[in-house]
Design a protein around this ligand. Structure first.
Ligand SMILES: *[C@@H]1O[C@H](CO)[C@@H](O)[C@H](O)[C@H]1NC(C)=O
Ligand SMILES: *[C@@H]1O[C@H](CO)[C@@H](O)[C@H](O)[C@H]1NC(C)=O
Ligand SMILES: *[C@@H]1O[C@H](CO)[C@@H](O)[C@H](O)[C@H]1NC(C)=O
Ligand SMILES: *[C@@H]1O[C@H](CO)[C@@H](O)[C@H](O)[C@H]1NC(C)=O
Ligand SMILES: *[C@@H]1O[C@H](CO)[C@@H](O)[C@H](O)[C@H]1NC(C)=O
Ligand SMILES: [Ca+2]
Length: 527
């Protein structure tokens, strides 16, 4: 009975028996055959499959054992947290247990004894699987909700994080954001990240315990207050850019930034009543299977879609081998009510015999050549069957012909190479003096300066004369009185007047000093 009630509360608008089968055996005029539909797994209690991590180390209470008080009873600090005693310990797993006995079990942090240093904790939930949220995330705090916290999400297994929602009793003060309510969002702002004050004000620790991330209120913007018009929601999910991704996560992180204060200022004389205690984190969602599976199972420690439509991968994100005659596509909720399966097709099955190795969805018949050819080859391929690489790309020898990575950009150095094409192993054709696979190096006896140029001077054959020094193989820096490419020419021979001036000055200490200075300052003589 309890279970049924829970089902009704949680799943009615979400299960809706829509998109729940992937295929059915139907009889048509041409005989029986399979018919395929867009399909998705049922929503599940995702806390049953989560891995949790609490940071920083030592934030969980009980090591060493510690007494704490509550806001209701601030001077009766008789409660104790002791990690070594199972009855008094509060480990992270208690945020995800089922509390069958009806007694709240919870993770608890150390107290704020280090005040005014902030009491910070991160609770990170990871699924190693993309999940589409279908209902509110509900976090239950015992002994009061944080006055400041933040929810973050990741879509790439924790590599990058994005803010999801801000929570504070004063949004302006905590985050310099105006307070908003999800209920006030509109169709164009349904995926806005906002700061809410609804879940952070003090209302007594027993009275208001939950902090929500409101998925339903956001769905309701499209589906109406009772989520009756799911068709409209599904249409929007399909068409509105970024909307589907907004509700998709692989990881969630609660950043607890300031604990409950009991409705007043921090009382320094009793810091034992400030801490975090989380008894439950409810996350309801379904595996993201790109509308190619209606089952998702827990295997080898991770959730995995049971892919249909000849797709494969953790999220059914690609076509099975030998089913890549056109490129993979996600199924679509549209057209209503059954959607489009966008199934992968076996090589040779889709358009007569035109194989496109999954790089094109279209073939066209060229009348005067009497051939069928792939149209708009993707992934930098070209050719009748998209079997060649576009100019400026070369074949990836470790990828099969139907791999998205089959063509690699040549990346020829624009200055060092003749053109942007390369040979089958990625070597570019170099201009004179340039070398290296991409022509971005110079041959010996050449120097790089926006291209390769033959050395003007060096330490072996092209020595600077008369005490000149070779500057970066580009030119000789000549002492006063000499000029020419290798300083081989005395200024006397070249220019009588110059010579006279130089002769007059020669030998004087000032001129010597200048000459030495010139040697030390490349370019100075050039001026
Ligand atoms: C919590 O995670 C954020 C990144 O999301 C990080 O900047 C911060 O240092 C973490 N805080 C703690 C207490 O580990
Ligand atoms: C994540 O899931 C993938 C695919 O199921 C699996 O190969 C990988 O080992 C998992 N990683 C972790 C850290 O569990
Ligand atoms: C997938 O391939 C099998 C053959 O292995 C075929 O019987 C089935 O109809 C295909 N399904 C789809 C959706 O194309
Ligand atoms: C070549 O293809 C393999 C297999 O898909 C891929 O892992 C690799 O990154 C590709 N190499 C390059 C340079 O793109
Ligand atoms: C590509 O060019 C490089 C350098 O000229 C050469 O070593 C290599 O053998 C060439 N590869 C092919 C397949 O021709
Ligand atoms: Ca619990």
């Amino acid at each position: 009975m309890l279970c049924l009630a829970a089902l009704l509360v949680h799943c009615v608008p979400l299960a809706m028996a829509q998109y729940d089968i992937c295929k059915s055996w139907v009889t048509t005029d041409d005989g029986p055959s399979w018919e395929f539909y867009a399909c998705q797994p049922k929503a599940m209690r995702m806390k049953d499959y989560v891995t949790v991590r609490v940071d920083p180390a030592g934030i969980t209470c009980g090591d060493p054992p510690e007494r704490f008080c509550t806001h209701e009873n601030p001077y009766l600090c008789s409660d104790e947290c002791d990690a070594s005693n199972p009855d008094l310990a509060h480990p992270p797993k208690l945020m995800f247990d089922s509390e069958d006995e009806g007694l709240a079990t919870y993770w608890q942090s150390v107290t704020w004894r280090r005040y005014p240093e902030p009491l910070l904790a991160n609770i990170t939930l990871s699924w190693n699987k993309s999940i589409e949220l279908t209902d509110d995330i509900v976090i239950t705090f015992e002994y009061g909700r944080p006055t400041i916290m933040m929810l973050e999400k990741s879509l790439d297994n924790g590599r990058t994080w994005h803010p999801y929602q801000y929570y504070a009793d004063d949004c302006m003060e905590a985050f310099s954001m105006p307070a908003r309510r999800v209920r006030d969002l509109s169709t164009t702002s349904a995926n806005r990240v906002l700061c809410t004050e609804e879940y952070s004000r003090w209302a007594g620790s027993k009275k208001e315990k939950t902090v929500r991330f409101e998925v339903r209120d956001r769905f309701a913007i499209f589906a109406g207050p009772d989520l009756k018009n799911m068709d409209n929601l599904y249409t929007r999910l399909e068409s509105a850019k970024g909307l589907k991704d907004f509700f998709t996560v692989t990881d969630l992180r609660m950043r607890l930034l300031r604990p409950a204060l009991g409705g007043t200022y921090v009382q320094r004389e009793n810091l034992y009543k400030y801490f975090y205690a989380v008894s439950n984190i409810e996350v309801t969602g379904r595996c993201k299977c790109n509308l190619h599976a209606n089952l998702c199972t827990f295997k080898e420690g991770s959730l995995q879609c049971e892919c249909e439509h000849n797709t494969t991968g953790q999220d059914c994100g690609k076509c099975k081998k030998n089913f890549r005659s056109r490129s993979w596509r996600a199924g679509s909720y549209l057209p209503l009510p059954n959607g489009s399966p966008n199934a992968c097709a076996a090589a040779g099955s889709a358009f007569g015999n035109c194989e496109c190795y999954g790089h094109s969805n279209r073939c066209s018949y060229i009348d005067f050549l009497n051939v069928v050819t792939c149209v708009s080859c993707k992934h930098n391929t070209r050719g009748q069957h998209c079997q060649h690489c576009r100019l400026g790309f070369y074949r990836n020898s470790s990828a099969e012909l139907d791999d998205e990575n089959v063509c690699i950009e040549c990346n020829c150095n624009q200055i060092g190479s003749m053109h942007d094409r390369c040979n089958e192993t990625g070597y570019c054709e170099c201009r004179e003096g340039a070398t290296g696979p991409k022509c971005d190096d110079c041959l010996p006896n050449y120097y790089w300066r926006q291209g390769c140029f033959p050395n003007v001077c060096d330490d072996e054959l092209l020595l600077c004369q008369n005490g000149g020094t070779c500057y970066q193989n580009q030119r000789c820096i000549c002492p006063v009185g000499f000029k020419g490419v290798l300083c081989q020419q005395s200024r006397c021979e070249a220019d009588k007047q110059d010579c006279d001036g130089a002769r007059g000055a020669r030998g004087s200490p000032a001129a010597l000093a200048l000459a030495v200075l010139a040697l030390q300052l490349p370019g100075w003589v050039d001026l």
